[in-house]
Design a protein around this ligand. Structure first.
Ligand code: HXC
Length: 257
């Protein structure tokens, strides 16, 4: 399917979604979210897809919410149009999404990357929550997710001053999982995604669900949830096959992938 604001392609069991508003540095407009959410709906439903990579351009993953679209808003139109709710679709995707970030990931762009399951950064990546410069504040989870990623001190520093964090600082702070040279970013993210997509999909999805629980509940409830889903994986053919393959010293042939 052709979209106006994104490009999509599949390679094996991996879907690649590329934000594609180059003239606006991939500013996140409401139309872009219509496209992005439709693509996520279709890839989530597609049994041949096991993992998704979300990326932007060399210059910008996304330079934030579309300021030109938002500028005329009043608090009433923001409320009545339910501004931001469509953004949450990314964080509810049941299959893993890797953000592959090069260049600017600012404001809503940083928030969008943080809604993904983990971030692989190019050495050119720059993260920031510059909304303060516009007389507003992060509104798509930035004050909450950034604080969980990097801790209070750095989150306050970034949100209150609007300063950017480069890739090295982002990796040191736990915001990104790894840094790669910019020209290898998408290929590396696709390789990582292919590795995940080659695993047993129920195990992949239950791991994602369990790690996400760590942010939403107490340690004891999270551990209890983990144990229940761990037990349930013994009902899958892939558990039996994965363990037998280890014993046989061969690669597993998972059914559910
Ligand atoms: C709309 C944007 C944009 C944005 C850039 N552009 N960011 N348009 N919304 N967020 C447009 C510019 O207007 C310009 O269009 C073109 O993209 C190129 O941008 P330049 O500024 O000329 O590029 P450069 O000098 O290289 O500077 C890059 C930049 C700067 C540092 C990233 O563009 C910038 O500061 N952008 C805004 C970043 C920001 O404040 N993000 C937070 C937004 S609020 P023209 O037509 O002039 O060529 C937000 C809130 C989220 O995200 C909360 C949930 C809704």
């Amino acid at each position: 399917m052709a979209y106006e604001n994104i490009l999509v392609e599949t390679r094996g069991r991996v879907a690649l979604i590329t934000l594609n508003r180059p003239k606006a540095l991939n500013a996140l407009s409401s139309g872009l979210f219509v496209d992005l959410n439709a693509a996520l709906d279709s890839f989530e439903a597609d049994e041949n897809i096991g993992c998704i990579v979300l990326t932007g351009s060399e210059k910008a993953f996304a330079a934030g919410a579309d300021i030109k679209e938002m500028q005329p808003y009043t608090s009433v139109t923001a409320y009545l149009t339910d501004l931001i709710t469509p953004w949450e679709r990314v964080s509810r995707n049941r299959k893993p999404i890797i953000a592959a970030v090069a260049g600017y990931a600012l404001g809503g762009g940083c928030e969008l990357a943080m809604m993904c399951d983990f971030i692989i950064a190019a050495d050119t990546a720059k993260f920031g929550q510059p909304e303060i410069n516009l007389g507003v504040m992060p509104g798509a989870g930035g004050t909450q997710r950034l604080t969980r990623f990097v801790g209070k001190s750095k989150a306050m520093d970034m949100c209150l001053t609007g300063r950017m964090m480069d890739a090295a600082e982002a990796e040191r702070s736990g915001l990104v999982s790894r840094i790669v040279p910019a020209d290898e970013l998408v290929d590396t993210a696709m390789d990582v995604a292919a590795k995940i997509a080659d695993m047993s999909l129920p195990a992949v999805m239950m791991i994602k669900e369990s790690v996400d629980r760590a942010y939403e509940t107490t340690m004891s409830e999270g551990v209890r949830f983990e144990r229940r889903v761990f037990h349930s994986l013994f009902a899958t053919e892939d558990q039996s096959e994965g363990m037998q393959a280890f014993i046989d010293k061969r690669s597993p042939n998972f059914r559910n992938r």
